[in-house]
Design a protein around this ligand. Structure first.
Ligand SMILES: [Zn+2]
Ligand SMILES: [Zn+2]
Length: 151
């Protein structure tokens, strides 16, 4: 997904809505055995200024993973609100801390990938009160007690 700022400026457009979806590389996911449930959806609006652009909106994604306690298959959905400022490579205010766009084009997917990686939880649970597996016999304690004496 590339936003062509030059084309928008030429049409005199200051603000433009957009929407796209894509399937990111599963390597983004730090959770073991996790994969994206479906395409990631991104919707938002870009505001165009002389040497800057603001992109804000919402990312929605789902992951299929194993419950971090009992290993049951678990699907979770997440939503990220974002608001990013992009500065032209030509702008004097451009420095390493800001997002830079080159040749008047904003390439959004790397930024979205970054936001997803930052947002990703370290663990997912099949339910909030998942009891996990018995550390002794390995029985799924959601199915009932195993009878082990846990010290
Ligand atoms: Zn669980
Ligand atoms: Zn047990």
């Amino acid at each position: 997904m590339i936003i062509d700022l030059k084309a928008l400026r030429q049409k005199g457009i200051k603000s433009q809505q957009f929407e796209f979806s894509y399937l990111p590389d599963g390597e983004l996911l730090s959770l073991p055995d996790a994969k994206f449930h479906d395409d990631v959806k991104v919707e938002g609006v870009v505001e165009v200024y002389d040497d800057e652009a603001y992109v804000s909106g919402k990312i929605t994604y789902g992951i299929d993973a194993s419950c971090s306690r009992c290993l049951a298959p678990t699907t979770k959905f997440f939503e990220i609100e974002f608001d990013e400022k992009f500065v032209s490579e030509r702008a004097s205010s451009a420095d390493e801390d800001c997002l830079i766009y080159k040749k008047d084009k904003i390439e959004l997917i790397p930024t979205v990938n970054e936001l997803i990686m930052t947002d990703m939880p370290y663990a997912v649970y099949c339910k909030d009160d998942c009891r996990g597996l018995c550390p002794n016999c390995g029985k799924n304690l959601n199915d009932g007690a195993c009878g082990c004496e846990i010290l």
